[in-house]
Write a protein that binds this ligand. Structure first.
Ligand code: PGA
Length: 309
């Protein structure tokens, strides 16, 4: 078979399907003598006749039948290879649109960085917004992947747990509760609070915990950004409960401390989710695999989290 060409095999496969050189020629836009010539050369390469003519009809010989099955396998393998190549090409040119809750801005770029290094052709559009807006965007199918805590508990959504998201009480270093052990939640509730805006997942988690315990929070200030809340804490306006990730770049001896409060941290996780009915693009699938891979653990461990004061 060394001298057989892929083109000859293709012509043979069509002629074997039609059991007619004339119809094969029509399908392949070739002349009938060209098909005959190709089959003659292929027969020579095989060393056995592939067709036999009985009366006016053409039949496959045993060798012809075997070659027809072999051709099916070869062409199906080739078409699978073509789709892999198409995927790889798509990956190189792909766009990935991610919507993520605002708190993830403290760690998500550190994950996306190595992903983009590995797949330099992927363009990522990353939109940060709050929990409620993410859920609306999910309903409207606006992005490829959504990253948040507390995903909707629904079979309509595919969820992938990525890493921990502990919510901790944060106060200024000189605060009276700093350094105390197992401060009761009731005691924390007496402090003026700086809260995220309505619609924030962080806010919802805090409200749930305090209301379960029958405690009221006295909100002194409401701010739509974790960074602004941290500045307000440093400014002595109150305390807050935020994701520990918001402290990623804070120094151990910086102006903020994590309080040791009973019932805290609120143990949550980050999830990547997408609608179950949506077929993720190749790029989205690759990103989800990246999140599931061994790469993520060392990355998430490298994200600095300061300890309790
Ligand atoms: P948020 O979400 O940024 O909307 O507060 C964070 C979270 O759900 O933990």
């Amino acid at each position: 078979m060394k001298n057989a060409t892929l083109h000859q095999l293709k012509v043979f496969a069509v002629a074997a399907r039609h059991l007619s050189f004339t119809r094969a020629a029509e399908e392949l836009f070739l002349t009938q003598p060209t098909v005959s010539m190709q089959m003659k050369q292929l027969t020579k390469a095989v060393g056995l006749p592939l067709f036999e003519q009985i009366g006016k009809r053409l039949y496959l010989t045993d060798a012809g039948k075997h070659l027809a099955t072999t051709c099916q396998r070869i062409f199906s393998e080739l078409s699978e290879f073509e789709s892999v190549v198409a995927d790889l090409k798509g990956l190189k040119q792909g766009q990935l649109e991610i919507a993520a809750v605002s708190t993830t801005k403290y760690f998500l770029p550190r994950i996306i960085g190595p992903f983009c290094q590995r797949y330099p052709g992927v363009d990522i559009a990353l939109q940060f917004t709050n929990h409620e807006h993410i859920l609306n965007a999910l309903l409207e199918n606006q992005y490829d992947i959504y990253i948040l805590s507390l995903p909707p508990d629904s079979p309509e959504v595919v969820t992938l747990q990525i890493m921990e998201n502990p919510l901790v009480a944060i106060a200024p270093r000189e605060h009276a509760l700093a350094g105390q052990v197992k401060v009761p939640l009731e005691r924390l509730a007496q402090e003026p609070f700086i809260m995220r805006e309505v619609g924030s997942g962080t806010r919802r988690a805090i409200e749930e915990l305090f209301s379960e315990r029958g405690l009221e929070i006295s909100v002194r200030l409401e701010l739509g950004s974790n960074e602004a809340i941290k500045q307000a804490i440093v400014g002595g306006l109150g305390v807050s409960v935020l994701s520990k990730h918001t402290l990623a770049l804070e120094k151990e001896d910086g102006p903020l401390v994590v309080l040791d409060v009973e019932s805290l941290p609120i143990q949550r996780h980050w999830y990547a989710i997408y609608p179950a009915g949506k077929q993720p693009t190749i790029v989205a699938k690759t990103f989800l695999e990246f999140l599931e891979s061994d790469t993520l653990e060392p990355l998430s461990k490298a994200i600095p989290l300061i300890d309790e004061a």
